[in-house]
Design a protein around this ligand. Structure first.
Ligand code: NAD
Ligand code: MG
Length: 404
């Protein structure tokens, strides 16, 4: 195949913009079919003018009206569509070969599933969709000949270090894989005593020391929920049980993760903390497993990196990481703990960003949600969405009722 036809879901976000940065470096290899965004009309207008996609998708009429007017002023022929159904259409259109799934949160689930059903190559940044629907999504992918390419830097690193398996993700206990080690920077409060975490502001929580990211994942990194979601993500991507996944704190974010083999070898992937590296890897993989593309990121000079340090995570301080392991273990015998944890966390993070609860309350809400809501094992996408909705309603009401 000489060209990939690409839909970028969440084009206006941090991952979306990094994706288009890499795509722009290889105009002969990629054609953009559709770009989607929520509220950032200026960014989406500029992206449409630059990449001339067939479609742009937004979520409401007012934004669509403004976007259409701006595109008309710039003589851009991109057609503007509206709503979740349109997100699913551009993720599954017959012309499309690859879909970057970079919407944040549960909102990414339906379009990502649409891409899976349509047999697309899915470049998965939207970890929340896999956390919610891991069993269903991996089954749908297998049944429809779709391919899941991890964008999360840790999972992309693992993917690069696993034995190559013709584009399919592999499991532990095959080909000598013993376990996976996910690295974590530890976020901005790694060394902050727990007593001082109470008064953290949203801007302080979003000031990540290594990575520049959207606000939701930045807060998740500060609470280490992000690493918890990544443990569940690794379980589904690589078919590894919770006891085969370790987390190690590595504040420099140079080693992005590693695969440990039964002979004592560990293979790690290193690189600058810039998401264009895993994005370029996955984009190249759309052509072949051995292709590489330039990303705009320099090769790392180790002598300039100084020393690399590693230590165990503090599960008393970072409750969310413990909760994620608990949820993954609980779901092994049936249940919907991962969906509950993800939904509760989205509501709690939103409440924190809007200063309705404090930083440490995020994990409290999540723990209370897991202890309170026992919602059965979901068997379909509708079941998953129902558990998500029930949890959101519970968490919203709980936050209003309880004075934290
Ligand atoms: P972001 O907030 O910067 O961007 C989110 C994108 O989703 C935007 O385009 C926004 O318009 C769109 N969006 C938001 N709400 C929506 C809704 N309800 N419906 C449709 N579209 C909606 O987020 P980000 O940092 O780019 O993260 C995107 C995803 O990638 C997340 O799942 C995150 O966990 C994952 N991820 C991000 C990074 C990173 O470095 N930023 C790294 C690894 C994984
Ligand atoms: Mg990550």
């Amino acid at each position: 195949m000489t060209q990939q036809i690409l839909t970028v879901l969440g084009a206006t976000g941090s991952i979306g913009c990094s994706t288009l940065d890499v795509v722009a470096r290889h105009p002969e290899k990629f054609k953009v079919f559709a770009l989607t965004g929520h509220r950032q009309v200026d960014v989406l207008t500029a992206q449409c003018v630059q990449f001339q996609p067939k479609y742009a998708v937004v979520l409401d009429d007012d934004i669509a009206h403004t976007l259409r007017a701006r595109l008309c002023e710039q003589s851009c022929a991109t057609e503007v569509l509206i709503g979740v159904e349109a997100l699913c259409q551009v993720a599954s259109a017959p012309e499309v070969t690859a879909v970057m799934a970079a919407i944040v949160g549960a909102a990414g689930l339906l379009p990502t599933m649409a891409a899976a059903r349509a047999g697309k190559k899915i470049l998965l940044a939207n970890k929340e969709s896999l956390v919610m629907a891991g069993a269903l999504m991996t089954r749908t992918i297998a049944e429809n000949g779709a391919v899941l390419l991890p964008i999360d830097s840790e999972h992309n690193a693992l993917y690069q270090c696993l034995p190559s398996c013709d584009d399919t993700v592999t499991g532990v206990n095959v080909r000598g894989v013993a376990s996976l080690t996910l690295t974590a920077s530890g976020g901005p409060f790694l060394h902050t005593p727990i007593e001082q975490l109470h008064n953290i502001t949203p801007d302080e929580a979003c000031a990540h020391p290594r990575w520049s990211m959207g606000r939701k994942i930045s807060v998740d990194s500060a609470t280490m929920m992000n690493k918890g979601l990544e443990v569940i993500e690794a379980h589904w991507l690589f078919d590894v049980p919770p006891e085969g996944i370790n987390v190690v704190i590595h504040p420099q974010s140079v080693i992005h993760s590693m695969v440990n083999y039964v002979d004592g070898s560990s293979l790690a992937q290193l690189g600058h903390a810039d998401m264009r590296v895993p994005i370029a890897h996955a984009l190249a993989h759309c052509f072949s497993a051995t292709d590489r593309l330039t990303s705009g990121v320099d090769v790392m000079r180790l002598a300039q990196m100084g020393s690399l340090t590693f230590f165990e995570p503090d599960l008393v301080k970072f409750v969310n990481l413990r909760l994620a392991f608990d949820a993954l273990r609980a779901d092994a015998t049936g249940g919907s703990a991962a969906i509950v944890l993800n939904a509760s966390n989205e509501v709690a993070v939103d409440a924190f960003l809007n200063q309705r609860i404090r930083f440490l309350d995020i994990a409290r809400v999540n723990e209370q949600a897991l202890n309170t809501l026992v919602l059965g094992t979901p068997n379909s996408l509708d079941d998953i969405c129902a558990v998500d909705a029930q949890t959101r309603a519970w968490a919203t009401e709980h936050i209003q009722k309880v004075s934290f």
